[in-house]
Design a protein around this ligand. Structure first.
Ligand code: ARG
Length: 271
């Protein structure tokens, strides 16, 4: 079986930097090599193109060093987009930039009304939306997601500040399968995940600490940080084809491949 051909939105890290700290990965005193970040990001983009995916680009804006993390730009399902509202003022101006790109691309866009950091905290698995809360996206945003998209929303409580967005603690592998770090979730949320996904891949802390769970799957190929060697082995044992990429510079801001990638889901057919 071939993977599903997907349409992505990405933002070149032209102005990438770590100028502020809004998660434990970010150390503004540590050096960052922006040119290397761009080269690593270009390889990620090339990887998607080689897999047959389509990559759209949004123009990066100076003064928005985290804009490279396109997953936080919106949630797009069945041709409908939910705009975002960032928790931190440093990222606030990214929201209208992503919104106007989506409007220009022909998507209908809804207002978030609460803190909502897009696909960073909202993941579609089959016919369920998994929604994270605890650090960024507000619990109140989850009800609005359900109302807007019409998929049942499963609230998951994140408890480890290193895994502050749902997409740093859980990866959607296909319509039925996820991989996650159990320790990143509250006991109740862990029980929910066990109930919904009894066959899930359980990642180790070592793999999660290199942002291994910040992966992008088309159902067959999984693009993940090359440092997550244990997780890659677990996925290969399940029959997935893994492709390691090095995004070590962007990891200094707490982001990996999935953070750099916003899925643009047109309709049910391309889910
Ligand atoms: N520095 C960014 C932040 O803390 C990283 C965002 C990573 N994005 C993601 N989808 N997990 O907001």
């Amino acid at each position: 079986m071939d993977g599903l051909r997907q349409r992505f939105l990405m933002c070149r890290p032209t102005y990438f930097a770590v100028d502020y700290a809004i998660n434990p990965w970010m150390d503004p005193t540590a050096p960052v090599d922006t040119a290397l970040a761009v080269r690593q990001w270009e390889l990620l983009r090339r990887t998607y193109l080689d897999l047959g995916h389509q990559v759209e680009l949004i123009e990066p804006l100076p003064g928005l060093p985290d804009m490279v993390f396109a997953a936080n730009g919106a949630t797009v399902i069945d041709g409908h987009a939910m705009a975002v509202q960032f928790r931190d003022p440093q990222r606030a101006d990214e929201a209208p930039a992503y919104r106007s790109w989506l409007e220009r691309a022909g998507f209908e866009v809804s207002d978030p009304k609460h803190v909502n950091e897009g696909e960073g905290d909202v993941l579609l698995v089959g016919d369920h939306l998994l929604a994270g809360t605890g650090f960024r996206t507000a619990h109140a945003a989850h009800a609005r997601l359900q109302e807007t998209f019409g998929y049942p929303v499963v609230t998951l409580h994140l408890v480890d500040p290193r895994f502050y967005h749902l997409d740093t603690a859980l990866t959607v592998l296909d319509e039925q399968t996820v991989a996650y770090l159990p320790e990143a979730f509250s006991p109740g949320s862990r029980a929910v995940l066990r109930r919904l996904f009894p066959d899930a891949v359980h990642a180790t802390t070592a793999d999660a600490e290199v942002l291994g769970l910040n992966a992008v799957s088309d159902g067959r190929h999984v693009v993940l940080p090359e440092q997550a060697t244990g997780l890659a082995g677990q996925l290969r044992d399940r029959g997935y084809l893994t492709i390691g990429v090095d995004l070590s510079e962007l990891r200094k801001a707490g982001g990996g491949p999935k953070c750099c990638t916003l899925r643009l889901r047109q309709g049910r057919a391309d889910r």
